[in-house]
Write a protein that binds this ligand. Sequence first.
Ligand code: PLP
Length: 463
Amino acid sequence: MSFRTIIEPFRIKTVEPIRQTTREERADALTAARFNVFRLQAEDVLIDLLTDSGTGAMSVHQWSGMMKGDESYAGGRSYAVFERAVRDVTGFAHVIPTHQGRAAEHILFSTVLEPGDVVPNNTHFDTTRANVQDRGGVALDLPIPEGRQAQSDHPFKGNMDVAALERALAERTSRVPLVMLTITNNSEGGQPVSLANVRAVREVCDRFGVPLFIDACRFAENAWFIRTREPGHEGRAPIEIARELFALADGCTMSAKKDGMSNIGGFLAMNDEALARRCRTRLVLTEGFPTYGGLAGYDLEAIAVGLHEALDEDYLRYRIRSIEYLGDKLLAAGIPIVTPTGGHAIYLDARRWLHHVPQREYPAWALSCVLYVEGGIRAAEIGSVMFGRQPDGSERPADLELVRLAFPRRVYTQSHVDYVAEVLIHLHAMVGRIRGVRMLDAPEVLRHFTATFAPVDRSLVVP
Ligand SMILES: Cc1ncc(COP(=O)(O)O)c(C=O)c1O
């Protein structure tokens, strides 16, 4: 007898209380935070879906691994454990630990990129884009057209447009130091990339002699989508799929705060020995000695265990289903979301939902504010605040105005998800009364973290 209910494949050993607040308290907290949920105190948040990055719960095996952490400055045993795990999953020969994903990006791009160079990617994540642009490079997004449509039934909306890549490389091969594929494609809705697409991108890269790197943050979730959506891969072990995927690339950047199941950490890995040597030189300048790279020995141990736990079938089944479960509830209530549902998050389609709020008044940002005030839920805007500012300082509305509800790994249970659905259905009834915001002040780079705002009207929600 097999039962249909997909349960959380863990039991809870330690609990962290979360605090209920009143609507008035939350309205005051948001005003004090200048209408930017990144500026809130976390203890004022009930359900924190701001990010799935570094916010997960670690397992008993990770915690016990941490007790074995070797804190030697050089040649620590924990590095060997870490290196073995990364090699086992990715197959890459050279493993460079970093304190998180953007440090791996910074080291890679500051090593290979010259001003004016172009980096094609299915879609750059914001830190990747910022690191390319910081070096004077051009971050070229080449998603398939379906990737830019909020609603579609394409099973691999994260794919790269291979014909567009071919054109870009034919025009400027000498200015392309590497091609990158982000799996899953976070900025386009946590959508997966198919193995067939990775293979096709690899073939084009080979033809032009350009290396392929993977932004591997959510490689395990991507492997699960390949298993469940791509013909010919049904029933395969996620680790086998992951290995096949990495074998098509020359290297990767990784934030272990996602599918490394850890609260901090990342790495850069590659096959090219000469490039690895150059990257390690930069590593010593900015992160630390090559056998710890900005991490404690115990972090290396936690990641080594986490990389394999992320590939556990029961875990991945529960993980992907819990996102789909919320998506099903919202779609049944008529709430527009990005479809199909992705790996780590539900993306509310604020352009469709708040169609009365013009893009210059940041509808997705306003929605994230109202979501907090009404239900104590914190989520992130992925829209014109995050992507609207162009390198030349001009403003261009983003293709999509999304609010991302990203789920920390192994943290919330089904009743938390039911609560989130109930709050969103409550918002659905008042959506026509939600008004936009205007930006008061913002830094030039990664402005969403610290920018300040005010409602365009007297309040965010009019009577
Ligand atoms: C696709 C992608 N790449 C890179 C990063 C950067 O990783 P980190 O936050 O560890 O610097 C993130 C983080 O959210 C991401 O989602």
